[in-house]
Design a protein around this ligand. Sequence first.
Ligand code: MN
Ligand code: MN
Length: 269
Amino acid sequence: MPTLLGIPLDVNSSYLRGPAGAPVKIREAWRSDASNKWSELGVDVGAASAFADAGDLHLSDSRDKVADDFAEIERAVSELLEKAEQPVSLGGDHSVTYPILKAFARHYPELTIVHFDAHPDLYDEFEGSRVSHACPFARIMEERLAKRLVQIGIRTLNRHQREQAEKFGVEIVPMSGLPAYDQLNIHGLTYISFDMDVLDPAFAPGISHREPGGMTVREAIAHLHAIEGTVVGADIVEFNPEQDVSGTTATVAAKILKEILGKMIGAHC
Ligand code: MN
Ligand code: MN
């Protein structure tokens, strides 16, 4: 069953810290009585034993202990996968997806990743770091941790990252190419990596890198629902509570969580 795992880590952020505080805020918004727990797919995500919660990891979140923190993330995700759970991680900057995928690749060697983001995060290195939140998908593709990487909502592609995408065979659906509901062609075992900055900052201001011209919440949900593969895991990253306005982004993150869980649970109903 889907199992939540909070990852309070933002040491690999290049611009602003803050996403380490995301797990607490997403859980708060999730528990809010403002909304019920029915996914738009008609699935009661709040039903007893619909999903589990493994709590938050204890991480040092310091620059000299990144390797230890990554090892702990990989260990915790592996432990869930060994119990046949489907990890859904909350929070962290996007660097966390690399250790998460290391664990997934051992269990699911043929995984397709659907990556929602304003940014391709394909830098070979960024400001001297190869584990920056600007680099995770370069590491993932170098180490062949996924069979297919489909990026959607991209609107900051530069020459270096375009070359990286070509080198790794990354399929990019740019923001300007949306809607692409019928072009995604996602089948088989699927992992969703959802960077909150794929959304327009008007809908989700609580992020570190505001890139206007992004998705509405509706577009994001419609593209999530259009995935035909079997979703075996997901992450929701880059929510920065320090930048949020009136809890808006926390509410949106909880909504995205509800729709991802609805998709995962609905597949087994
Ligand atoms: Mn990202
Ligand atoms: Mn991003």
